[in-house]
Design a binder for this molecule. Structure first.
Ligand code: ATP
Ligand code: BTN
Length: 253
Protein backbone atom coordinates (compact mmCIF):
# COMPACT_ATOMS: atom_id res chain seq x y z
CA UNK A 1 0.00 0.00 0.00
CA UNK A 2 1.84 3.09 -1.20
CA UNK A 3 -0.36 5.36 0.90
CA UNK A 4 0.68 3.86 4.20
CA UNK A 5 2.85 5.80 6.64
CA UNK A 6 2.31 3.95 9.87
CA UNK A 7 4.81 2.51 12.30
CA UNK A 8 3.06 -0.71 13.18
CA UNK A 9 -0.58 -0.78 12.05
CA UNK A 10 -0.72 -2.52 8.66
CA UNK A 11 3.05 -3.02 8.39
CA UNK A 12 2.05 -6.61 7.77
CA UNK A 13 -1.01 -7.16 5.62
CA UNK A 14 -2.27 -10.66 4.83
CA UNK A 15 -4.37 -10.54 1.73
CA UNK A 16 -6.83 -13.30 0.87
CA UNK A 17 -8.96 -13.91 -2.16
CA UNK A 18 -11.81 -15.58 -0.31
CA UNK A 19 -12.22 -16.54 3.35
CA UNK A 20 -15.08 -17.06 5.75
CA UNK A 21 -14.56 -13.86 7.71
CA UNK A 22 -11.56 -11.60 8.27
CA UNK A 23 -12.56 -11.34 11.93
CA UNK A 24 -12.50 -15.13 12.35
CA UNK A 25 -9.13 -15.33 10.55
CA UNK A 26 -7.69 -12.45 12.58
CA UNK A 27 -8.77 -14.12 15.83
CA UNK A 28 -7.06 -17.37 14.78
CA UNK A 29 -3.85 -15.51 13.96
CA UNK A 30 -4.01 -13.44 17.16
CA UNK A 31 -4.53 -16.60 19.21
CA UNK A 32 -1.43 -18.13 17.65
CA UNK A 33 0.71 -15.17 18.65
CA UNK A 34 0.47 -12.88 15.64
CA UNK A 35 1.67 -9.47 16.70
CA UNK A 36 -0.21 -6.25 17.09
CA UNK A 37 -0.93 -4.30 13.95
CA UNK A 38 -1.28 -7.16 11.52
CA UNK A 39 -4.16 -6.66 9.12
CA UNK A 40 -6.23 -9.35 7.41
CA UNK A 41 -7.97 -8.32 4.19
CA UNK A 42 -10.11 -10.44 1.90
CA UNK A 43 -11.61 -9.72 -1.49
CA UNK A 44 -14.64 -11.73 -0.45
CA UNK A 45 -16.10 -13.17 2.74
CA UNK A 46 -18.28 -16.24 2.60
CA UNK A 47 -19.42 -15.84 6.21
CA UNK A 48 -19.12 -12.11 6.87
CA UNK A 49 -20.70 -11.23 10.18
CA UNK A 50 -22.23 -8.08 11.58
CA UNK A 51 -23.20 -7.08 15.06
CA UNK A 52 -25.82 -8.99 17.03
CA UNK A 53 -25.16 -12.15 15.05
CA UNK A 54 -26.37 -10.75 11.74
CA UNK A 55 -24.76 -11.68 8.46
CA UNK A 56 -22.75 -9.12 6.49
CA UNK A 57 -22.93 -9.01 2.70
CA UNK A 58 -19.33 -9.16 1.46
CA UNK A 59 -19.26 -9.60 -2.32
CA UNK A 60 -16.03 -10.12 -4.21
CA UNK A 61 -13.76 -7.29 -5.27
CA UNK A 62 -16.10 -4.44 -4.50
CA UNK A 63 -15.71 -3.88 -0.78
CA UNK A 64 -13.08 -3.41 1.88
CA UNK A 65 -13.37 -6.32 4.29
CA UNK A 66 -10.59 -6.13 6.82
CA UNK A 67 -9.63 -6.77 10.42
CA UNK A 68 -6.83 -5.38 12.55
CA UNK A 69 -5.19 -7.37 15.35
CA UNK A 70 -4.63 -5.33 18.52
CA UNK A 71 -3.02 -6.20 21.84
CA UNK A 72 -3.55 -3.17 24.05
CA UNK A 73 -2.75 -3.14 27.72
CA UNK A 74 -6.13 -1.83 28.82
CA UNK A 75 -9.04 -2.93 30.94
CA UNK A 76 -11.31 -5.36 29.04
CA UNK A 77 -14.21 -3.07 30.00
CA UNK A 78 -12.66 -0.42 27.76
CA UNK A 79 -12.52 -2.61 24.65
CA UNK A 80 -15.50 -0.89 23.05
CA UNK A 81 -13.40 2.27 22.88
CA UNK A 82 -11.64 0.62 19.96
CA UNK A 83 -14.91 0.78 18.02
CA UNK A 84 -15.06 4.55 18.54
CA UNK A 85 -11.47 4.85 17.34
CA UNK A 86 -12.33 2.81 14.26
CA UNK A 87 -15.44 4.84 13.48
CA UNK A 88 -13.48 8.08 13.79
CA UNK A 89 -10.64 6.75 11.62
CA UNK A 90 -12.98 5.52 8.89
CA UNK A 91 -15.12 8.65 8.86
CA UNK A 92 -12.05 10.91 8.72
CA UNK A 93 -10.59 8.85 5.90
CA UNK A 94 -13.77 8.95 3.81
CA UNK A 95 -14.00 12.68 4.48
CA UNK A 96 -10.38 13.08 3.30
CA UNK A 97 -11.49 11.60 -0.02
CA UNK A 98 -13.96 14.47 -0.29
CA UNK A 99 -17.05 12.47 0.71
CA UNK A 100 -19.40 13.77 3.42
CA UNK A 101 -19.88 10.66 5.53
CA UNK A 102 -21.20 10.84 9.10
CA UNK A 103 -20.98 8.55 12.12
CA UNK A 104 -24.00 6.77 13.52
CA UNK A 105 -22.98 5.81 17.05
CA UNK A 106 -21.69 3.34 17.96
CA UNK A 107 -20.39 1.52 14.93
CA UNK A 108 -21.79 2.70 11.61
CA UNK A 109 -20.68 5.17 9.00
CA UNK A 110 -23.53 6.57 6.95
CA UNK A 111 -23.76 8.53 3.74
CA UNK A 112 -27.04 10.15 2.72
CA UNK A 113 -28.57 8.40 5.74
CA UNK A 114 -27.64 4.94 4.49
CA UNK A 115 -25.02 2.62 5.89
CA UNK A 116 -21.69 2.48 4.01
CA UNK A 117 -19.59 0.92 6.77
CA UNK A 118 -20.02 -1.24 9.83
CA UNK A 119 -17.51 -2.07 12.54
CA UNK A 120 -17.40 -5.23 14.63
CA UNK A 121 -14.98 -5.34 17.56
CA UNK A 122 -14.31 -8.67 19.24
CA UNK A 123 -12.16 -9.43 22.24
CA UNK A 124 -10.56 -12.33 24.03
CA UNK A 125 -9.72 -11.75 27.68
CA UNK A 126 -8.90 -13.76 30.78
CA UNK A 127 -8.78 -12.60 34.39
CA UNK A 128 -9.10 -8.96 33.41
CA UNK A 129 -6.21 -9.18 30.95
CA UNK A 130 -6.85 -8.75 27.26
CA UNK A 131 -5.35 -11.46 25.08
CA UNK A 132 -6.27 -9.60 21.93
CA UNK A 133 -8.84 -7.42 20.28
CA UNK A 134 -9.86 -7.73 16.65
CA UNK A 135 -11.52 -4.77 15.00
CA UNK A 136 -13.36 -5.69 11.82
CA UNK A 137 -14.15 -2.96 9.35
CA UNK A 138 -16.51 -3.50 6.43
CA UNK A 139 -16.78 -0.73 3.86
CA UNK A 140 -19.14 -0.83 0.94
CA UNK A 141 -16.68 0.84 -1.38
CA UNK A 142 -17.67 -0.01 -4.94
CA UNK A 143 -20.65 -2.32 -4.47
CA UNK A 144 -23.13 -1.88 -7.30
CA UNK A 145 -26.10 -3.83 -6.01
CA UNK A 146 -27.37 -4.94 -2.59
CA UNK A 147 -29.62 -7.84 -1.64
CA UNK A 148 -33.31 -6.93 -1.66
CA UNK A 149 -33.74 -7.09 2.13
CA UNK A 150 -31.09 -4.47 2.89
CA UNK A 151 -31.19 -2.23 -0.15
CA UNK A 152 -33.15 0.51 1.62
CA UNK A 153 -30.65 0.70 4.50
CA UNK A 154 -27.34 -0.01 2.80
CA UNK A 155 -25.41 1.84 0.13
CA UNK A 156 -21.89 2.09 -1.23
CA UNK A 157 -19.55 5.02 -1.77
CA UNK A 158 -19.72 4.35 -5.50
CA UNK A 159 -23.52 4.32 -5.64
CA UNK A 160 -23.66 7.64 -3.79
CA UNK A 161 -20.86 9.58 -5.48
CA UNK A 162 -21.09 8.01 -8.91
CA UNK A 163 -17.50 6.92 -9.39
CA UNK A 164 -15.23 4.09 -8.41
CA UNK A 165 -13.05 4.82 -5.42
CA UNK A 166 -9.50 3.55 -4.91
CA UNK A 167 -9.71 0.89 -2.24
CA UNK A 168 -5.92 0.95 -1.76
CA UNK A 169 -5.94 4.65 -1.09
CA UNK A 170 -8.82 4.38 1.35
CA UNK A 171 -7.24 1.45 3.21
CA UNK A 172 -3.99 3.43 3.51
CA UNK A 173 -5.80 6.44 4.92
CA UNK A 174 -7.79 4.33 7.39
CA UNK A 175 -4.69 2.62 8.75
CA UNK A 176 -2.85 5.97 9.04
CA UNK A 177 -5.76 7.59 10.87
CA UNK A 178 -6.32 4.50 12.98
CA UNK A 179 -2.72 4.35 14.22
CA UNK A 180 -2.72 8.00 15.23
CA UNK A 181 -5.99 7.70 17.15
CA UNK A 182 -5.17 4.31 18.65
CA UNK A 183 -1.82 5.62 19.94
CA UNK A 184 -3.74 8.03 22.14
CA UNK A 185 -5.48 5.08 23.81
CA UNK A 186 -2.28 3.10 24.25
CA UNK A 187 -0.12 6.00 25.42
CA UNK A 188 -2.56 8.16 27.39
CA UNK A 189 -5.46 5.82 28.05
CA UNK A 190 -7.67 8.39 26.34
CA UNK A 191 -9.75 8.52 23.18
CA UNK A 192 -10.48 12.23 23.26
CA UNK A 193 -9.39 12.84 19.66
CA UNK A 194 -11.62 10.03 18.43
CA UNK A 195 -14.56 11.20 20.52
CA UNK A 196 -14.23 14.73 19.21
CA UNK A 197 -14.53 13.34 15.70
CA UNK A 198 -17.43 11.07 16.74
CA UNK A 199 -19.23 14.08 18.26
CA UNK A 200 -18.53 16.47 15.41
CA UNK A 201 -19.55 13.96 12.76
CA UNK A 202 -22.45 12.41 14.64
CA UNK A 203 -25.68 12.00 12.76
CA UNK A 204 -27.50 11.38 16.06
CA UNK A 205 -26.56 14.21 18.43
CA UNK A 206 -29.34 16.76 18.79
CA UNK A 207 -31.85 14.48 17.13
CA UNK A 208 -34.67 12.24 18.22
CA UNK A 209 -33.73 8.57 18.21
CA UNK A 210 -35.23 5.21 18.94
CA UNK A 211 -33.14 2.79 20.96
CA UNK A 212 -33.80 -0.91 20.64
CA UNK A 213 -32.26 -3.08 23.30
CA UNK A 214 -33.30 -6.64 24.19
CA UNK A 215 -36.78 -6.18 22.69
CA UNK A 216 -37.30 -2.96 24.62
CA UNK A 217 -37.69 0.37 22.89
CA UNK A 218 -36.90 3.82 24.21
CA UNK A 219 -37.47 7.07 22.36
CA UNK A 220 -35.41 10.09 23.28
CA UNK A 221 -33.10 12.82 22.14
CA UNK A 222 -29.41 12.08 21.69
CA UNK A 223 -27.59 14.60 23.90
CA UNK A 224 -23.90 13.74 24.00
CA UNK A 225 -21.24 11.08 23.87
CA UNK A 226 -19.37 10.72 27.18
CA UNK A 227 -15.60 10.50 27.55
CA UNK A 228 -16.09 6.77 27.99
CA UNK A 229 -17.83 6.56 24.63
CA UNK A 230 -21.38 6.04 25.92
CA UNK A 231 -24.36 7.76 24.31
CA UNK A 232 -26.48 9.96 26.58
CA UNK A 233 -30.12 10.20 25.64
CA UNK A 234 -32.88 12.22 27.24
CA UNK A 235 -36.28 10.55 27.31
CA UNK A 236 -39.59 12.39 27.05
CA UNK A 237 -39.96 12.72 30.82
CA UNK A 238 -36.58 14.46 31.03
CA UNK A 239 -34.68 11.48 32.37
CA UNK A 240 -31.14 10.96 31.08
CA UNK A 241 -29.75 7.53 30.32
CA UNK A 242 -26.28 6.38 29.40
CA UNK A 243 -26.11 3.69 26.77
CA UNK A 244 -23.25 1.28 26.31
CA UNK A 245 -22.56 0.40 22.71
CA UNK A 246 -22.60 -3.38 23.04
CA UNK A 247 -26.25 -3.92 23.57
CA UNK A 248 -28.25 -1.43 21.54
CA UNK A 249 -29.38 -0.62 18.04
CA UNK A 250 -30.19 2.99 17.28
CA UNK A 251 -32.66 4.27 14.69
CA UNK A 252 -32.94 7.83 13.53
CA UNK A 253 -36.50 9.14 13.56
P1 ATP B 1 -26.37 -1.71 13.91
O1 ATP B 1 -27.33 -2.30 14.88
O2 ATP B 1 -25.14 -2.53 13.71
O3 ATP B 1 -26.06 -0.27 14.18
P2 ATP B 1 -28.47 -1.24 12.05
O4 ATP B 1 -29.45 -2.37 12.13
O5 ATP B 1 -28.77 0.02 12.76
O6 ATP B 1 -27.05 -1.77 12.46
P3 ATP B 1 -29.22 -0.45 9.42
O7 ATP B 1 -28.54 0.56 8.59
O8 ATP B 1 -30.52 -0.07 10.04
O9 ATP B 1 -28.19 -0.90 10.52
O10 ATP B 1 -29.49 -1.79 8.61
C1 ATP B 1 -28.57 -2.40 7.81
C2 ATP B 1 -28.78 -3.86 7.98
O11 ATP B 1 -28.21 -4.54 6.88
C3 ATP B 1 -28.09 -4.33 9.22
O12 ATP B 1 -28.82 -5.37 9.79
C4 ATP B 1 -26.78 -4.81 8.67
O13 ATP B 1 -26.19 -5.76 9.51
C5 ATP B 1 -27.22 -5.42 7.34
N1 ATP B 1 -26.14 -5.55 6.34
C6 ATP B 1 -25.63 -6.72 5.87
N2 ATP B 1 -24.65 -6.52 5.00
C7 ATP B 1 -24.52 -5.17 4.87
C8 ATP B 1 -23.64 -4.36 4.11
N3 ATP B 1 -22.68 -4.85 3.31
N4 ATP B 1 -23.79 -3.02 4.24
C9 ATP B 1 -24.73 -2.47 5.05
N5 ATP B 1 -25.58 -3.20 5.79
C10 ATP B 1 -25.47 -4.54 5.73
C1 BTN C 1 -22.21 -4.21 11.70
O1 BTN C 1 -22.48 -3.06 11.33
O2 BTN C 1 -23.07 -4.99 12.09
C2 BTN C 1 -20.76 -4.63 11.67
C3 BTN C 1 -20.30 -5.13 10.33
C4 BTN C 1 -18.84 -5.55 10.31
C5 BTN C 1 -18.40 -6.15 9.00
C6 BTN C 1 -16.91 -6.38 8.94
S1 BTN C 1 -16.34 -6.85 7.33
C7 BTN C 1 -14.77 -7.28 7.98
C8 BTN C 1 -15.04 -7.99 9.30
N1 BTN C 1 -15.30 -9.39 9.09
C9 BTN C 1 -16.55 -9.72 9.45
O3 BTN C 1 -17.03 -10.87 9.35
N2 BTN C 1 -17.21 -8.65 9.89
C10 BTN C 1 -16.37 -7.47 9.87
Amino acid sequence: TPYLNTEYIGRKILHFDSIDSTNIKAKEFAQRGEEEGTVIISEEQTKGRGRLGRSWASPKGEGIWMSIILKPNINPMDASKVTQIGAAAVCNSINEMGIDALIKWPNDIVLNRKKVCGILTEMSAELNIINYIVIGIGINANIRKFPEDIKDMATSLKLEIGNTISRKKLVGKILNNFEELYNELVNNNSISKSLNICRKKSILLGNKVKIISRNQEIIGKAIDITNEGELIIETENGKREKLISGEVSVRGL
